[in-house]
Design a protein around this ligand. Structure first.
Ligand code: NOJ
Length: 736
C-alpha cells in the first residue's frame, strides 16, 4: 500500500508521500474549488475524474455527495477525496438563531451547542466543511452581514469564535463523524465597509485592524480552526485576497496558522476589477503569492497557475505549500478512510427531535427584552389577544439569512406559538401590511382586532432576505409602512390599559425610536430559527424569563452610525456645553446600548473586590462581585466586566469588555462571580505598533450593561511590559 493510503502513518508523512506522486496539474487541481449549485454537470464530473478539483461547494444530498466522491476516489488517478463544503452558518436542516442572535445569549455554550448540532447534521449528509464562523466585527448596522457575525465587540466575538470552532470541529480536527472543518471568515475587516455598503472599500488604521477586527480571527486560530476565508474587500489599498501582510505575514507567520486559506467566491478574479491586476493571470499570481491556497469558483488558478509556474513567475514551492495545507485538512478529517455518507445514519441524525428541542432552548436564551413598563409577562387568563403584523404568521423570516437546507415549513410562527400557549383564549390575527409594501389597506382590520382585544402583540421587522450578503440598507427604520401600522394600532388602544408588546424580528439593529418612546414593551427576537414562535410565546407569557443582552448597539437614527460602546473619548466628550462632540438635532446616545437586556426579575450587585490593588504585568487581577436575585422570579443575569485604561501612551476606548458570565439565580438567591482577568487582556498596540501592557491606573466597572454600571473599582499595573515577553492569553476565567 502506498504510504499516503496508510492510516497508521503520521499525517505529515502521508502528505509528503502523496505530494511526491502528484503532477503539477493535479497539485493545482487541489487548489480549485467549484460550486455545484446547478447540480453535478458532466463537465464538473470530468474535472473531478481528471483530478483537477480539490473541493466542491453546494453539493447537497447524500446521493449526490456519494456519487461525486466515488468519481474522485475510484476514477481519479490518485483517488484523492473531495472536501465538500457548504454554508452551514446557524444550522443545517435544524435551523438555530442567526449568529447575531446567538451572540445575544452571551453564553458560549449556546454557540457551541448550536454549531455542534449543525456539524452533526451536515456531516451525516457528507458535508465535512462549513464556511463559518463569520467573525467580522460590525459597527455599522447598515451592513446586512452584521446578521452573520457576533456583533461589535472584539472580546465577546473572540469568545464566541472559540466556542463555534469547538462546536464545529471538536477539540481538534479529527475523523469524528460528527465533526466538520470550520472556516473563519471573512479575513479581514470586511465589516468595516465604507457606508455599510457590502463589498465596499475598507480604510482603517493598522491599530484598529489589530485591536478591533483581528482578535476574533486570532481566537479562532488559537482554537485550531482548519481554514480561513480571504475576504472580498480592499483593505487600506490592498484587497484582502491579495494581501501578503494579513495572510502570509500575520495569519500564517505570526499566528502560526497550519490550515489553508480559501478565497471568497471569485475574490481572486475580482482582483482585476479592483484594479490591482491587469488580467486573471496576474490576479492568480498575486493571490498565490499572498497565501490564498484555494480559489473558490473563480477558475483562475486552473486556467493560469500551470503556465505561471512553467514561466517561472510562480515558484512551484508556493504551490506545494498550498497543497500540503489542503491535503493536511483532508487527512485529518479522515476523508481518505471515510469519504462517503451513510444514508441510514443521515436519516437517524438529521432533524431529530432532540435537535428541535435544543433549537427551542437556544432560541429562548437569545431573546432580548429591550423595554418593559409593567406589561410583560402577559397573563395566561387573557380571553382575547390580537396578534398583528406582517411577521406574526411568517414562516420564512424566523429562518433568517443563510439557512443552509432549512425548510420554512418547519418553522413555528408567533401566531402559532401564542395559540398553543393560551389554547382557551381567542386569538385574533391581522397581518396589517406586508413587510415592505406601501399598501395600508390591511390597517383597518388590524386596528379593529386591537380594539377588540385585551392584549396586543405586534410582530414587525425585516424579512429574511433583508440581511445577510448583498443586503445593505440606507435606512434602519421598520421597512415599508410598518411604523405607521404600529402607530395606528397604538392610537386605537392607548389609554385603555391594554398591554401592547412589540416583537421585533430583524437581522440587524433597527432605529425604532418612535416605538421605544411609545410602546410599553419591546422584545428583540432577531431571526430565531425553527422554534422562534414557541420561544417568543414562552417569553411573552412568562414561561421563560428573558436574559439575553445586545451584542451590538441599537441607534436612534441611521445618522448616528457608526455607533458602538467602546469608542474613543475625544478631547470634548459629549456634555451640556455646545462645543462638545454631539449632534444638534439628535441625542448622541444610543436607543439601546451594548450589553442591554432586561429581565422579569431584579438583580442587585454588591461587594465588589478588586485584588491585588497593584499587579505585575503577566499576573492576574481578580474581580469579584455578588449578584443577588432581588425579585420574585428565577432568571438569568449576564454579569459584565469592563475596564478603562485611565491614561495611556495612545488614546484608548472609554471602556472595554474584558469578561462576562451568564448566571441563573432563583428568587432571593445570590452568587459570587469571580473574574480572573490576566493582565494580558489589557494589552494594546503602542506608538511603535508593538503590543504592550502599560503601567498605570485602570478603572474596573461591573454591571448589567455598558450603560448600567453598578459598581466601580480600580487597580494599578506596576510596570510596562511587552506582550511578546508574556504568555498569550485569550479569555478571562470566570468562576461562580
Ligand atoms: C460568498 C460569501 O461572501 C461567503 O460568506 C460564502 O461562504 C461564499 N459566498 C460561499 O457561498
Amino acid at each position: 500500500m502506498e504510504a499516503y493510503r496508510d492510516p497508521s502513518k503520521p499525517v505529515e508523512e502521508r502528505v509528503e508521500d502523496l505530494l511526491r506522486r502528484m503532477t503539477l496539474e493535479e497539485k493545482i487541481g487541489q487548489m480549485c474549488q467549484y460550486s455545484a449549485h446547478m447540480g453535478l454537470s458532466e463537465r464538473l464530473k470530468e474535472l473531478v475524474r481528471k483530478g483537477l478539483v480539490g473541493s466542491l461547494l453546494n453539493v447537497v444530498g447524500v446521493e449526490n455527495v456519494n456519487e461525486i466522491q466515488r468519481i474522485a476516489v475510484e476514477e481519479s488517478r490518485l483517488g484523492i477525496p473531495l472536501l465538500l463544503g457548504l454554508d452551514v452558518i446557524h444550522g443545517y436542516k435544524t435551523i438555530f438563531p442567526i449568529p447575531l442572535a446567538l451572540a445575544s445569549s452571551w453564553d458560549p455554550e449556546v454557540v457551541e451547542r448550536a454549531t455542534a448540532i449543525a456539524a452533526r447534521e451536515a456531516a451525516a449528509e457528507g458535508i465535512r466543511w462549513t464556511f463559518a464562523p463569520m467573525l467580522d466585527i460590525a459597527r455599522d448596522p447598515r451592513w446586512g452581514r452584521i446578521a452573520e457575525g457576533f456583533g461589535e465587540d472584539p472580546y465577546l466575538a473572540s469568545v464566541m469564535a472559540w466556542a463555534a470552532v469547538k462546536g464545529f470541529q471538536g477539540d481538534r480536527l479529527s475523523s469524528d463523524p460528527e465533526k466538520i472543518a470550520a472556516c473563519a471568515k471573512h479575513y479581514v475587516a470586511y465589516g468595516g465597509a465604507e457606508g455599510g455598503r457590502d463589498y465596499n472599500t475598507v480604510d482603517i488604521s493598522e491599530r484598529t485592524l489589530r485591536e478591533v477586527y483581528m482578535p476574533p480571527f486570532k481566537s479562532a486560530v488559537a482554537a485550531g480552526v482548519a481554514t480561513v476565508m480571504s475576504a472580498f474587500n480592499d483593505l487600506n489599498g490592498i484587497p484582502a485576497s491579495a494581501n501578503e501582510f494579513t495572510l502570509r505575514k500575520m495569519l500564517k507567520g505570526e499566528w502560526g496558522f497550519q490550515g489553508f486559506v480559501v478565497s471568497d467566491w471569485n475574490a481572486i478574479g475580482e482582483l482585476v476589477v479592483h484594479g490591482i491586476a491587469a488580467d486573471a493571470a496576474e490576479a492568480a499570481k498575486l493571490a498565490v503569492a499572498a497565501g490564498v491556497d484555494m480559489d473558490m469558483e473563480g477558475d483562475v488558478y486552473r486556467r493560469h497557475l500551470l503556465e505561471l509556474v512553467k514561466r517561472g513567475e510562480v515558484p512551484e514551492q508556493l504551490i506545494d505549500e498550498a497543497v500540503r495545507r489542503i491535503l493536511r485538512v483532508k487527512f485529518l478529517l479522515g476523508l481518505f478512510e471515510n469519504p462517503y455518507a451513510d444514508p441510514e445514519r443521515a436519516k437517524r441524525v438529521v432533524k431529530r427531535g432532540e435537535h428541535f428541542e435544543a433549537a427551542l432552548e437556544i432560541a429562548r436564551k437569545c431573546i432580548v427584552l429591550a423595554k418593559n413598563e409593567g406589561v410583560l409577562p402577559l397573563s395566561k387568563s387573557l380571553r382575547r389577544i390580537a396578534v398583528i403584523g406582517p411577521l406574526a404568521d411568517d414562516r420564512d423570516a424566523p429562518l433568517g439569512c443563510w439557512r443552509a437546507l432549512g425548510d420554512p415549513r418547519d418553522a413555528v410562527t408567533v401566531l402559532e406559538g401564542v395559540r398553543k400557549k393560551v389554547p382557551h383564549a381567542e386569538v385574533l390575527y391581522a397581518k396589517g401590511c406586508d413587510v415592505r409594501s406601501e399598501d395600508r389597506s390591511g390597517f383597518e382590520e388590524a386596528v379593529e382586532a386591537a380594539r377588540r382585544a385585551e392584549a396586543v402583540v405586534l410582530v414587525v421587522g425585516e424579512s429574511a432576505d433583508m440581511s445577510g450578503e448583498a443586503a445593505s440598507r440606507a435606512y434602519l427604520d421598520l421597512p415599508g409602512v410598518q411604523e405607521e401600522l404600529v402607530k395606528a394600532v397604538w392610537e386605537a388602544v392607548k389609554g385603555r390599559g391594554v398591554p401592547v408588546v412589540e416583537v421585533v424580528m430583524s437581522g440587524r439593529p433597527l432605529s425604532i425610536k418612535w416605538s421605544a418612546e411609545h410602546i410599553p414593551a419591546i422584545v428583540i427576537a432577531w431571526h430565531l430559527g425553527v422554534r422562534a414562535g414557541d420561544a417568543i410565546a414562552d417569553v411573552l407569557f412568562g414561561d421563560y424569563n428573558p436574559g439575553g443582552k445586545l451584542p451590538v448597539t441599537w441607534p436612534r437614527t441611521v445618522g448616528q452610525v457608526p455607533i458602538y460602546y467602546n469608542h474613543k473619548r475625544t478631547g470634548r466628550p459629549p456634555g451640556p456645553d455646545r462645543f462638545t462632540s454631539k449632534y444638534i438635532d439628535e441625542d448622541w446616545r444610543p436607543l439601546f446600548p451594548f450589553g442591554h437586556g432586561l429581565s422579569y426579575t431584579r438583580f442587585e450587585y454588591s461587594d465588589l473586590s478588586v485584588e491585588p490593588e497593584e499587579v505585575e504585568p503577566g499576573a492576574t487581577v481578580s474581580v469579584a462581585v455578588t449578584v443577588r436575585n432581588a425579585g420574585g422570579r428565577e432568571g438569568d443575569e449576564v454579569v459584565q466586566l469592563y475596564v478603562r485604561d485611565v491614561a495611556a501612551s495612545v488614546t484608548r476606548p472609554v471602556m472595554e469588555l474584558k469578561g462576562f458570565k451568564r448566571v441563573h439565580l432563583k428568587p432571593g438567591e445570590s452568587k459570587r462571580v469571580i473574574f480572573r482577568m490576566p493582565t494580558q487582556l489589557l494589552a494594546f498596540y503602542g506608538r511603535d505598533m508593538a503590543p504592550i501592557i502599560e503601567a498605570g491606573d485602570y478603572e474596573v466597572m461591573v454591571g448589567s450593561s455598558s450603560e448600567d454600571i453598578r459598581l466601580r473599582g480600580k487597580f494599578k499595573v506596576t510596570r510596562t511590559a511587552k506582550l511578546e515577553d508574556l504568555r498569550s492569553v485569550w479569555f478571562t476565567k470566570v468562576e461562580v
